[in-house]
Design a protein around this ligand. Structure first.
Ligand code: ADP
Ligand code: MG
Length: 370
């Protein structure tokens, strides 16, 4: 299904997510810059539950928002504490940018490349297996072993953002040399020993395509296990919903960003979802400019350059980890191949945006708000 700019919605993020009864209370809980965890509660939802929200920084370099319906404010705080604590733990395990005292994480695995097996938390093995599955499903279009190539782009982007006048692209010679160390089939996972091995010392894992989504999924499962039925967890826009926003039957509402707008609260369309994850990869998330041209952060494994197919790809799926790993994959796939992949997955859908065009997979109609 293809349409041209069906409608243009401009709404504040949380106005979109919340019913009118609690707009003022919750929107005031979301200042533009949050410096510490904040909780706002006290709004009684229709089901007789109390709606509360908490926002915090510090995990996955982004803002996390947790909105939930609980018996009481104290009950919400108890569950939100666990969500925050668990997300912090997943961040520390999954990051490739920092090391933490006493924690073996992806940074450690990279640092130990070529030095034998590394014993890791089983959650790291789950993350690596999720990434390997996404690689297989997408015919290699998402590849966590692309680390050496992604590192070159990352370094040029950081330098270019710091000093725009001297911004440069990585050279094709550098990129091709780095690409000699990106064979994902060499990553050895031993579930019995609980280890991962990178046999080539120049190998580096980059789990940026799916780590945030898996962390969001695991934290959502924790909230559910503690008895919370109705909630929305957004880790920097990687969204997982459960139940209903009014506790009865009103789905959660999620806006999909207008890619051409500078304003992150400018939405091109909106979805109504329950028990679903909604994850978007967009060219606007991270980019820098060289000689007047923008270069974003999703790299085509064939050209080793930022892919130029779409402005954003959104996946709606029951599992947030799967959705996140596949947004990056679909970004690097032609629409026909991506459509085939998504239609074959139970309960999943995709939305592609490029210029003024929007394309939907078949299941998306059930979630579109007009
Ligand atoms: P975000 O939501 O943080 O923007 P995405 O899910 O869109 O993340 O994934 C983008 C990230 O994935 C990049 O920042 C990079 O770390 C990594 N990445 C980019 N291209 C690829 C690729 N082809 N395969 C695997 N990972 C990639
Ligand atoms: Mg992704």
């Amino acid at each position: 299904m293809k349409i041209r700019r069906p409608f243009h919605v401009v709404l504040l993020a949380l106005l979109l997510l919340l019913p009118s009864a609690c707009r003022s209370a919750d929107t005031t809980a979301v200042p533009p810059a949050v410096t510490a965890a904040t909780t706002v509660a006290g709004v009684t939802a229709e089901a007789g539950l109390t709606r509360s929200s908490r926002q915090f920084l510090g995990v996955f370099d982004t803002v996390t928002t947790f909105i939930g319906l609980a018996e009481s404010e104290a009950d919400f705080a108890r569950i939100a504490d666990v969500v925050e604590r668990e997300l912090t733990r997943y961040h520390q395990l999954f990051t490739s940018f920092e090391s933490y005292e006493g924690i073996t994480n992806i940074w450690t695995v990279n640092e130990r490349a070529g030095k034998g097996p590394v014993e890791v938390d089983p959650l790291i093995l789950d993350l690596l297996e999720q990434s390997i599955a996404a690689n297989a499903r997408s015919g290699g279009r998402v590849n966590m072993a692309l680390g050496p190539v992604l590192q070159l782009w990352h370094d040029c982007r950081e330098a270019g953002l710091a000093d725009p006048d001297n911004a440069r692209l990585p050279s094709m010679t550098e990129l091709e040399a780095a690409n000699c160390h990106t064979d994902i089939s060499l990553v050895e996972i031993d579930r019995v020993q609980g280890t991962v091995t990178l046999p080539d010392p120049a190998m580096r894992l980059d789990v940026g395509s799916g780590a945030k989504g898996l962390a969001c999924e695991l934290a959502a499962q924790q909230a559910a296990a503690l008895g919370m039925r109705h909630f929305l967890l957004s880790v920097g826009g990687n969204i997982r919903t459960s139940g209903f926003r009014d506790g009865r039957g009103e789905p959660w509402r999620v806006g999909i960003r207008e890619p051409e707008s500078e304003d992150p609260n400018d939405y091109r369309l909106a979805l109504a979802v329950s028990d679903m994850a909604v994850v978007t990869s967009g060219v606007y998330e991270r980019f820098y400019t060289v000689a007047g041209k923008r270069y974003h952060h999703i790299i085509d494994p064939d050209t080793l350059m930022p892919t130029e197919r779409y402005d954003s790809v959104t996946i709606i799926a029951p599992d947030s980890g799967l959705a996140d790993s596949l947004t990056t994959a679909l970004f690097n796939m032609d629409r026909e191949a991506g459509l085939e992949l998504i239609e074959a997955l139970d309960g999943a859908g995709a939305i592609w945006m490029a210029g003024d065009d929007v394309w939907y997979s078949s299941r998306v109609g059930a979630w579109l708000l007009d």
